[in-house]
Design a protein around this ligand. Structure first.
Ligand code: GAL
Length: 121
């Protein structure tokens, strides 16, 4: 993905979660080594882990709200502004995560462990 996503942007990321993936991730940041947001549902731990990466992983935010199944097709809505990220899950539950790296653009978006169906800005 090479579209620049600026502060205030809302992204709708549609993912088909792999059937046998224990985990998948949606990453948003400046590049693969500079992630403002790593959004990482973990079926092996029944939780969602959020973190940042900048030369190493930051402190994990662990959220006990995994409401979508392996193999399902989901839409995750992500917004970010100077305060941080807001991730809205398919059931409407919202998770906030700070913009720790102070990024003002997120040109990098990747999906691991699933199929990215429809990038939207
Ligand atoms: C690690 C895992 C990474 C990433 C990170 C988030 O344990 O190997 O893929 O999820 O946690 O803190």
């Amino acid at each position: 993905m090479s579209m620049a996503k600026k502060l205030g942007t809302t992204l709708k990321v549609k993912v088909k979660v792999a059937k046998h993936a224990d985990r998948f991730a949606i990453n948003l940041g400046e590049g693969p080594e500079k992630l403002g947001l790593h959004f990482n549902p973990r079926y092996d731990q029944s939780s969602i882990v959020l973190n940042s990466f900048d030369g190493g992983w930051g402190k994990e935010l662990v959220v006990d709200h995994l409401g979508f199944a392996q193999g399902s097709e989901i839409m995750v809505v992500m917004t970010f502004d100077s305060d941080g990220f807001k991730v809205t899950l398919p059931d409407g539950h919202q998770i906030s995560f700070p913009n720790r790296l102070g990024l003002s653009q997120m040109p990098y978006l990747s999906v691991e462990g699933g199929q990215h169906l429809l990038p939207e800005v």
